[in-house]
Design a binder for this molecule. Structure first.
Ligand code: NYM
Ligand code: MG
Length: 225
């Protein structure tokens, strides 16, 4: 029998701050896999096309105001409404490449400094709504110094795209990485140097992903479980 039939698709997540080059790399990766004849699809978070996604989009463009807790839960709900389809595709042998996921959800919300308190939303509050979502087989955190991100075009267009907010989010991403390694083990999260040309970064990513896109043995796990 075909040995590949016992393998499911890999769930690979790209994370990082704004303007780190994630979307460019995700698009190139999906293109490459398709050219190689593999089954792969892109999943963007937030997915701004759904009803919930449209509320998130209005918030990010400062066309709507929202309580910090409420918007946090909407970002999570936006993942939950896509979760069954992700799981189904993985089980059908499709590699799912996500441009952001729950880790952005935690890092950006926990980084907020509300007017009433010195802290953002409590880290544990930020973590809970995404509990038992599909667990990524690998998360690639694209690491870029803030000066380089700030220089890139379109930085500053949306809510959260200030140097202060990005620096606070950078710290939270370190805590998220530690949490992933603690709960799910050290192989699930890799920091990728996002400096250099598109081709240089692409090579590093290719090296980090290795044979994962050939398929994964075993069930899709659950996040934070
Ligand atoms: N963001 C993204 C969150 O605050 N929480 C989340 O759960 C997710 C998925 O939205 N600054 C933030 C990160 C970005 C912003 O993302 C929009 P993008 O990748 O620029 O569309
Ligand atoms: Mg953005």
């Amino acid at each position: 029998s075909d040995p590949s039939s016992s393998r499911r698709g890999a769930f690979i997540v790209f994370e990082g701050l704004d303007r780190c080059g994630k979307s460019t790399q995700v698009a190139r990766l999906v293109d490459r896999l398709e050219r190689e004849g593999q089954k792969a699809r892109l999943q963007k978070f937030p997915d701004r096309t759904t009803a919930i996604g449209k509320m998130i989009d209005a918030y990010l463009q400062s066309k709507a105001e929202m309580d910090d807790h409420a918007i946090h839960l909407l970002f999570s709900a936006n993942r939950w409404e896509c979760a069954a389809a992700i799981r189904q595709d993985l089980n059908r042998g499709i590699t799912v490449i996500a441009d952001r996921y729950a880790f952005s959800g935690i890092a950006f919300s926990a980084a907020k400094v509300s007017r009433s308190a010195e802290m953002g939303l409590p880290f544990d509050f930020c973590l809970q709504p995404d509990r038992s979502l599909p667990l990524p087989d690998l998360t690639l955190y694209m690491s870029l110094p803030q000066e380089e991100a700030t220089q890139r075009s379109q930085f500053g267009e949306e809510r959260y795209e200030t140097v202060t907010m990005q620096q606070a989010t950078r710290k939270q991403f370190r805590l998220v990485a530690e949490e992933v390694k603690k709960i799910h083990g050290g192989t699930k999260w890799i920091d990728v140097d996002a400096r250099g040309t598109i081709e240089e970064v692409e090579e590093r990513i290719k090296g980090s992903i290795g044979v994962l896109t050939d398929g994964v043995i075993g069930r899709v796990g659950e996040l934070w479980v």
